[in-house]
Design a protein around this ligand. Sequence first.
Ligand code: F6R
Length: 242
Amino acid sequence: MQICKVKNYQELSRKAANLIAAQVILKPDSVLGLATGSSPVGTYEHLVEMYENGDLDFSQVTTVNLDEYKGLAGSDKQSYRYFMNTHLFHKININHANTYVPNGTEPDAEKACQAYNELLHKIGSADIQILGLGHDGHIGFNEPSDHFENETHCVDLTETTIQANKRFFDSEKDVPKQAYTMGIGTIMRCRKILVVVSGKDKAEILKQVVQGPVTPEVPGSILQFHPDCMIIADEAALSEMA
Ligand code: F6R
């Protein structure tokens, strides 16, 4: 694990965007593993800016997203498909047919997960996967558990996650209670992993992820075993680390 300490969210976003841009420049048909949530928003803004300046071409890129709420359609403003469209895909020259998010409208969890797994097998491992970190240590929506899940599965969101995500919904009762997420095995098979972590509220869990034991109780701790994982974190997020 390589830790890259930056001053603040702005610097974090610029650095993460530069690393993703380098990947796309070096390999124009890269597979990018993408995340939603607040952490990568600034990164996507920078990528859009680089595209607008003529410095990046996404025409051959394929993207696979980590997760989607079960029950939400892509047209729903709270869905992760909608998030990706509005923050990135609709602002760059990516072929929309090459952008993939689990199908939240498939009510049969087994079917939804199997379809996403088949797709991921066909596409192959992501060249670079961007991750945020949940307050309970989740990556994707792999919540604390007694084991690591290998591939895409349906999860019951924890109370911590529901509380953290209710800020995006009109009321807490609107927050879906389940999601489809890529498994830990799939994430670990990505060639490079970039974790973006910002803010004091992530300091305690980041310390556990980096310095604690590797355990499914803190799912992000598995990243200690990834051969090419960089954590870009700001001073506030690193404030609990020795
Ligand atoms: C989102 C995802 C989640 C978030 C995590 C942190 O696709 O997979 O693991 O990365 O919940 O969310 P933020 O960045 O909003 O703190």
